[in-house]
Design a protein around this ligand. Structure first.
Ligand code: SF4
Length: 373
């Protein structure tokens, strides 16, 4: 990879891996009980960002995304310090989207004020649900009332762009409880809502519980019923589904996530973070060491491994990811057979010179991925 031939990076992801407690379904790179590492971790992040700044060509940043883990757990002072360093090292577009993932339990007035002052202008609140039973199954230690309080406090602090994350197809969840969650979410009038289908990832507590028969399987037809319900309820409330799992008010799509779906270069800093670079033909992906202690010890050189994608593979990924968005993509030459097959199956249709996923294609995007990759 010749850094001078790469397209400039305009999107920055920063991973904050700390959590109060590990939720039962979570297979993210997240750790409970390591809060004492936070100051050293932020110092290591600053070190990595400074190294990256000189190694890669960054354009003015269009988006910055602090994900986790639970970035909202960082004490206000450390978050201020981290974002001040981002602004010192990088230029940001006027109006750049700066998102922070927040857990309702660590969204308090002091932190909200610090995030505002540090230039965070979009919050992604990990609500997951408003139904006690579903939250208990997920081993979430927050409840609906706390989520509502956090949302209102964020609005009062001046956040005009808030997204809520919800999870469906949780064992024991039925249409009535999911409708209740959707309606409570919509009542808050967030700008964006993501609905993720629960997956049982190997190694998680939830997976082990299902293996032991403590939790029931969720039947495929219930998943579809709940997804249909979300699509109806959110459309009625004025949210447009613009991606497989994402609904937004007009103009409030996530610009950072859109960068991933459009295969634009993203630099990922922090433990386990992934980066993507391209010269317009080939692409490169690499990732950092996952454990916070190893990351801190790596002293600004945290890369663990990576891979090069040849032109065909890079294009296949672009087609697969582009077809996650309802706006689809102008498909590059070389995928005519795959796209014709997807059209014949009713998963993709044409809109002028673009290929777009049908409603069925959005719901069954894994079949598009299988056909294209
Ligand atoms: S808060 Fe999020 S990242 Fe942390 S353990 Fe729970 S699901 Fe995982």
């Amino acid at each position: 990879m010749d850094p001078s031939a790469l397209r400039p990076v305009k999107h920055l992801y920063i991973h904050v891996p700390f959590c109060r407690h590990k939720c039962g379904y979570c297979d993210f790179n997240a750790y409970a009980g390591m809060d004492r590492l936070m100051p050293d971790y932020v110092a290591a992040l600053k070190h990595e960002l400074a190294e990256a700044r000189f190694r890669f060509a960054f354009g003015s940043l269009a988006t910055v995304y602090l994900g986790g883990g639970t970035p909202s757990l960082l004490p206000a002072g450390l978050m201020r310090e981290l974002l001040a360093e981002v602004r010192r090292l990088f230029e940001l577009d006027p109006g750049a989207e700066v998102t922070l993932e927040a857990n309702p339990a660590s969204t308090d007035e002091e932190r909200l004020e610090a995030w505002q002052e540090a230039g965070v202008n979009r919050l992604s609140l990990g609500v997951q649900g408003f139904d006690r039973r579903a939250l208990a199954v997920l081993e979430r230690r927050t409840d609906g009332a706390q989520a509502v309080r956090a949302f209102r406090a964020a609005r009062a602090a001046g956040f005009a762009n808030i997204s809520l994350d919800l999870i469906y197809a949780v064992p024991f969840q039925d249409a009535a409880s999911w409708r209740h969650t959707l309606r409570r979410a919509v009542e808050l009038e967030p700008e964006h809502i993501s609905c993720y289908c629960l997956s049982f990832e190997e190694g998680t507590l939830l997976f082990r519980r299902r293996e032991r028969g403590v939790l029931p399987e969720v039947a495929g037809d219930i998943q579809w019923e709940l997804l249909d319900l979300a699509t109806e309820e959110l459309a009625t409330a004025g949210y447009e589904r613009y991606e497989v799992s994402s609904w937004a008010r007009p103009g409030r799509q996530s610009r950072h996530n859109t960068a991933y779906w459009e295969c634009r270069p993203v630099y990922g800093a922090g433990a386990g973070a992934h980066s993507y670079a391209t010269d317009g033909r080939r692409a490169w992906r690499w990732w950092n060491v996952a454990r916070p202690r190893e990351y801190i010890a790596a002293a600004g050189e945290p890369r663990a491994d990576g891979e090069e994608l040849d032109e065909r593979k890079a294009l296949a990924e672009a087609v697969m990811l582009g077809l996650r968005k309802t706006s689809g993509l102008a498909a590059p030459p070389g995928f005519e057979a795959e796209l014709a097959e997807l059209e014949a199956e009713g998963l993709v249709s044409r809109a002028g010179d673009r290929h777009v996923p049908t409603r069925r294609g959005l719901d069954l995007h894994n079949q598009i991925a299988l056909a294209v990759l």
